[in-house]
Design a protein around this ligand. Structure first.
Ligand SMILES: [Zn+2]
Ligand SMILES: [Zn+2]
Length: 185
């Protein structure tokens, strides 16, 4: 639960002033906001300051303001299979009730600071849950050869390595040692 003072000029701080705290009053808005920093998982994330397109509905209810929205979020990262750079976009939905007073709210709940609310933590949570853990550059990307690391999409379907049976490999090493012994003598 956050009770910090919000900066009305911060991009993700939104005023609910014109709802007038009348339950039932509602307002829809669209915004383009710069993506906050450090919004990524291992291989993929949202580039800082990239344009995030938001569709938001603000609704006054008894205890506070209910915010429902969707966001189009640009992503960049690398393919989990072939490691090529990739960029894409995801749609995320979110909903959060911002309480007027701390008495009504629980520990984890969000609070309004006067007429202001900070949408960034809500947006952040929604995006982190939606980020793909294994992003791929395209459906069915064949990835890299596990033997030599060559990119299989470029090497072609004929790419393969001579399979050496582990038992033969051991035998081959024995023969080598044997030759060495003979040379030493
Ligand atoms: Zn790939
Ligand atoms: Zn190979």
């Amino acid at each position: 639960m956050s009770t910090r003072n919000l900066d009305p000029r911060a991009p993700w701080v939104i005023s609910t002033h014109d709802l007038g705290r009348r339950p039932g009053s509602m307002r829809k808005t669209t915004r383009t906001l710069p993506a906050p920093a450090d919004l990524s998982v291992d291989l993929i994330g949202v580039p800082k300051d990239a344009d995030v397109e938001l569709d938001i509905r603000l609704e006054a209810v008894m205890e506070g303001v209910l915010v429902t929205g969707t966001a189009s979020v640009p992503l960049s990262g690398e393919c989990a299979r072939c490691l090529d750079p990739l960029s894409s976009e995801i749609e995320v939905g979110f909903q959060e009730l911002f309480f007027y007073t701390a008495e009504d709210a629980g520990e984890e709940d969000s609070l309004l600071d006067g007429d202001l609310l900070d949408l960034e933590p809500t947006f952040r949570d929604a995006v982190v849950l939606a980020l793909p853990l294994s992003p791929v550059c395209r459906e069915g990307c064949p990835g890299l050869c596990t033997e030599c690391g060559v990119k299989l999409a470029e090497a072609g379907s004929g790419h393969r390595h001579e399979q050496v049976d582990a038992r033969w490999a051991a035998l081959r090493d024995l023969v080598k040692d044997d030759k060495q012994d003979t040379q030493d003598r």
